[in-house]
Design a protein around this ligand. Structure first.
Ligand code: BG6
Length: 492
């Protein structure tokens, strides 16, 4: 693999929520990898911020523990941990009072001309308050950027309010709304496949594509995140952002370049062209589910309700739906979207099923001619499979066989597959917004999602139960089978 390390300018990364789960699980390990690859130049600082009273040494010990825990040993260069921790420091700051802000300002003063990124790894209820204080303490320099994590709101109204609040301090050019799915290798590969080859684009439309499936299945339950998750559910947690972003990349027109606005303009058009799902058709085209007790990886696991400790919760942990895009390219091509927790396996993939051949020249008994499929696997085993028909080798006449042309990235490229955050954290420093969501995209996604959530709320129906460790409620199978199709499995 040709592995390029693109240099960046010295920077200060200020991570609010620096002692939290995201920082320990994702941000510190990602920055550590970039450090080991020589991409963090001398003079950079990572400044963790939270309201907990902690010395630099105590934070350093916590950071070391996080690296130990979340980096697989095979990918951990232990000799680099001490030098990495030297660039990491800690400042105690209270997001909701003035406590600690002048300390932070003092620390940052010595780096006033560097690129400065504020990463808000905190709940969205704190975004406005933190941004206000960043502004009031004069911490925004021309080279400053803001990174915010999803969820951006819980509906259109709250998303607009959040965007307004952060927009009072930062210009749109400075705001990086992260959707870590856009940093995944296969997701970026989707653009390489579509726009780096002539093979696919002529077929990439309703004349040749029968339907598209996007599945993001997780085998884990909500675990300790129940407090947040119960206020969100699978629709807000996964569909409104990650899955719609994947759909946009599949469905968008070719942008004229990879420039941030060229790509985001095209994605926005897709979001605006999504056919509304309302009370009138919500029952036919959507399925909500919630897991009950079952088994995962051979172990008995609790129901969502028991994990949460609230037996009245009607929050969905599974969604399947049929989306449609009302434009020339996609009219009549269903996009079946599916995501859930505690499903049978952890598999995320985009499956493009082409139309069947118009006429078969093969005699009876040659075997079924299956439609071509292009399967882009996001995880695990990132890669691309193009399913095609071939002749089964050997004597016995013309026997057809459906086989995958299989490109597994891990087997083809002898390199570690970088985590999405590694790419995205450094894109912020480079000022490259291509893989980040613009304000109008987030709002357009809510404009489509809100009526579905409203229709569910009005219907007040409990989500369909599914056993943990299965593929979700049977209604989701019926959803696609009603149209004479099935969810893709990695076999014929
Ligand atoms: C997050 C969601 O954005 O994505 C989680 O909040 C989900 O609920 C996670 O588990 C999935 O990310 P990944 O990269 O593990 O597929």
């Amino acid at each position: 693999m040709t592995y390029r390390v693109i240099p960046v300018e010295p920077f200060d990364y200020v991570v609010f929520g620096g002692t939290g789960d995201l920082a320990r699980r994702k941000l510190l390990p990602a920055l550590f990898h970039r450090f080991c690859d020589g991409q963090i130049p001398a003079g950079c600082r990572i400044i963790a911020v939270s309201r907990r009273a902690m010395s630099d040494d105590e934070f350093s010990a916590a950071a070391r523990e996080a690296l130990d825990r979340y980096l697989p040993e095979a990918h951990r260069d232990d000799a680099q941990i001490d030098p990495f921790l030297e660039i990491v420091s800690y400042v105690e700051v209270d997001a909701v009072s003035d406590k600690g802000w002048s300390d932070l300002a003092n620390v940052l003063q010595s780096g006033a001309d560097k690129v400065r990124a504020f990463y808000l790894a905190v709940g969205p209820d704190l975004f406005g308050e933190i941004c206000g204080r960043i502004g009031a303490h004069g911490l925004v320099t021309p080279q400053t950027r803001l990174v915010v994590e999803k969820p951006i709101g819980k509906d259109l109204e709250s998303a607009c309010a959040l965007n307004d609040a952060i927009g009072e301090v930062f210009s749109e050019r400075q705001i990086f709304r992260i959707d870590h799915y856009l940093g995944k290798e296969t997701v970026q590969n989707l653009m390489a496949l579509r726009f780096g080859n002539v093979l696919f684009e002529p077929l990439w439309n309703s004349a040749h594509i029968d339907h598209v499936q996007i599945t993001v299945a997780e085998s884990l339950g909500v675990g300790t995140r129940g407090g947040y998750y119960d206020t969100a559910g699978a629709m807000r947690d996964m569909v409104q952002n990650h899955i719609l972003q994947l759909l946009c990349l599949v469905a968008m027109e070719p942008p004229d370049s990879l420039d941030a606005d060229s790509v985001r303009d095209e994605k926005l058009k897709v979001l605006k062209a999504l056919k509304p799902i309302t009370e009138d058709n919500v029952d036919q085209v959507t399925v909500r589910g919630q897991y009950k007790a079952g088994a995962s990886g051979g172990d008995a696991v609790k129901s969502y309700i028991d994990e949460l400790g609230n037996e009245t919760s009607n929050t969905e942990t599974f969604v399947a739906l049929k989306a449609e895009i009302a434009n020339w390219r996609w009219a009549g091509v269903p996009f079946y979207l599916r995501t859930g927790k505690r499903l049978a396996d952890r598999i995320s993939e985009i499956v493009i099923t082409f139309k069947p051949i118009p006429h078969s020249i093969f005699p009876k008994g040659s075997g079924t001619v299956h439609a071509n499929r292009l399967v882009m696997r996001l995880q695990p085993d990132e890669g691309v499979k193009q399913w095609i028909m071939i002749k089964d080798p050997g004597p016995g006449g013309m026997q057809l066989k459906y086989v995958p042309l299989d490109m597994s990235f891990s087997e083809t490229f002898d390199a570690r597959n970088p985590d999405a955050y590694e790419r995205l954290l450094l894109d912020v420093i480079r000022g490259n917004q291509t893989l980040f969501m613009r304000r109008d995209e987030v709002e357009a996604a809510w404009i489509w999602t809100d009526p579905i959530l409203d229709a569910w709320k009005r219907a007040a129906k409990a989500p369909s139960a599914y056993t943990a460790g299965t593929w979700g409620p049977s209604a989701s199978i019926a959803l696609i089978e009603r149209d004479g199709r099935t969810w893709h499995e990695d076999t014929v």
